[in-house]
Design a protein around this ligand. Sequence first.
Ligand code: SAH
Length: 272
Amino acid sequence: MKKNDLIQLLKSLGVRPNKKLGQNFLFDQNLLKYLANLCCQNSYSLIIEIGPGIGNLTDFVSSENTKLIIIEYDRKLANYLIEKYSTSSVSVIHADACRINFDQHSNNIPFTCIGNLPYNFSSIILSRLLETRNKPERMCFLFQKEMAERLASEKDRKSYGAITIKTQALYDVKIVRKIPPNVFWPVPEVQSLFVVFTKKLSPVTPDLFAKLSNLVRLSFSHRRKKLISNLKLNYQTKSLERIFLKLNLDVGFRPENLSVEQYLDLAVALHA
Ligand code: SAH
């Protein structure tokens, strides 16, 4: 769909792009095709798309062999999509992806989750996906640059934080390409990056993931303090010192100085 057709269509639906909902629609056909291709690689029989908008990406992804569930929050867009896909196998769900029960919809089927995520909610939606029982095998998301960089960050960087560690405990994260603002309408003020997440061969267990989540929340509660000082809010100094010694961790470490592996070891040791 050309840019002018997109604008006309949204107008006829009475949709005025809403910044809060991250409504920046991708209209560059070549780019959509390219992204859809990436989304369908190693394709699983189910794809769940979040924030389909008018179905720009959906159209390139839908195929006979794949079941597609699309989740759109905007009522007008959802109604449009329900009609548009009424004769296809695409299931449209009018719901808030920040609250939806992904497990119920994926129904234990291995799946890929994709989307041009609303920037305001990307971290909530991702966190929810990380906590599902049936986690996506792959995720292909368009993120605001800063968010993408946080997710793919290495230790010792400013961008390294709780969400980085939680994500990388479960997924290999790869920034695939930059997406310039001028392929969207309206043009966003931010740069976007397309990120592919591949589930690790042996992702951490739900039990350890829960412990890790609590640990990183506490660890990064005061970013500029030493890690051990943050941990003292919940744990006794003596046992922390013993564990740091055992794991060969420097008591002078700041929260961003530990690798994902070290956080996992620490989570285990603290609950031993
Ligand atoms: N995928 C389309 C639209 C991207 S704009 C394209 O690339 O052109 C982001 C979309 O996410 C919008 O359609 C917006 O209404 C939808 N959205 C925003 N918040 C949402 C939420 N919490 N749950 C589901 N969809 C949401």
